[in-house]
Design a protein around this ligand. Structure first.
Ligand SMILES: [Cu+2]
Length: 335
């Protein structure tokens, strides 16, 4: 595959070099009406090709899009995406038409004379102010959505969970009954204390270290991120959330899960996607896939980066409480 890529680059370089030498030989040659006619029609043909490709990609590649946001806060990300997508889509659809149609309509002709047109203040004002206002509105909404997922009000009383990254795995720590995480630092890493929790801190005693995230539906969760070695990025695509994990500092985001894993599995969109994936897997003789929420690493952090993931289970509050009660506290595990 790589060899094919190198051959492609070599051919592309060769063609560009050949074209450059051809252009240099054209000095002094002026296009006639017949050339302009042909080029104008090619431009029009290219417009049709461009539209066909655009429509094809919109329909055929739609299957690669994520299902509906599984967090309440993530709905705003989807809104922002849709607004921006359709805005750019409609504007560029119209602009492509204007660019290629006018290239065709005003193609070179011996009898045509150019019109001298200095400027129009009205037009300048329009094409400056409309994009400016649009961008201010979009950025305003974006900032609001950012604050909505980044900060939690004191009255919201979120469940605090620490997510700890290292080459190449994730660990998580629940804050326990006091909902207060004990201090952590790489200097405390020793034996089974793989997250470097300071066990002399009273808040650490009831913390619970786990290798799978369980979240209750409808409750606000505040995630705190740390990294042991290099930059990682905690990416939870179904909840529309991602944050860098930076060695030496604590980063965060918060969201409220909207659907349990089971509810998500039963959504028609997810059922369709699962069917598609399993068709490919079956052809390859692989085990069938079942939908699960995932935490992935979205920073290329080393050789096994691709395999850095953790399962996330969203369930009803009763099931969540039952699962959490079964987990041992750090005081029980680290003697
Ligand atoms: Cu990583």
């Amino acid at each position: 595959m790589l060899a094919l890529f190198y051959i492609f680059i070599a051919v592309a370089l060769g063609v560009s070099f050949w074209q450059i030498t051809r252009v240099m030989n054209l000095r002094g040659v002026i296009a006639n009406d017949k050339d302009n006619n042909t080029q104008g029609k090619i431009a029009l043909g290219f417009l049709v090709f461009l539209y066909a490709m655009m429509i094809y990609c919109l329909i055929a590649l739609n299957v690669l899009m994520l299902p509906e946001s599984a967090s309440i806060e993530g709905e705003h990300d989807d809104n922002l995406f849709s607004i921006t997508f359709w805005l750019i889509g409609v504007v560029q659809f119209a602009m492509q038409f204007l660019i290629f149609y006018f290239s065709y309509k005003y193609r070179g002709n011996k009898n045509n004379k150019a019109l001298f047109y200095a400027d129009s203040h009205k037009l300048e004002l329009l094409w400056t102010s409309i994009p400016a206002v649009t961008i201010v509105i979009l950025i305003g909404y974006g900032l609001w959505a950012w604050n909505n997922i980044m900060y939690v009000g004191d009255d919201e009383n979120p469940i605090v969970i620490e997510v700890y990254s290292q080459q190449f795995r994730w660990d998580a720590r629940y804050a326990g009954s006091d909902n207060e995480l004990g201090l952590g630092n790489v200097n405390y890493i020793k034996g089974i204390n793989t997250m470097g929790v300071d066990m002399s801190d009273i808040n650490s005693q009831d913390d619970k270290q786990v290798t799978e995230l369980h979240l209750p539906k409808g409750k606000k969760i505040l995630f705190k991120f740390r990294s042991q070695d290099v930059l990682h990025s905690a990416y939870m695509p179904h909840f529309r959330a991602q944050m860098n994990c930076v060695p030496g500092m604590v980063t965060q985001f918060a969201f409220t899960p909207k659907f349990t894993t089971e509810e998500m599995r039963n959504q028609s969109e997810v059922i369709e996607k699962t069917k598609g994936i399993n068709k490919i897997r079956q052809a390859k003789g692989e085990d069938p896939y079942v939908f699960d929420y995932l935490l992935l690493c979205n920073k290329i952090c080393g050789a096994s980066h691709y395999n850095m993931q953790m399962k996330i289970v969203v369930e009803d509050e009763a099931d969540y409480k039952k699962w959490l009660a079964e987990q041992k506290t750090l005081a029980q595990v680290i003697k």
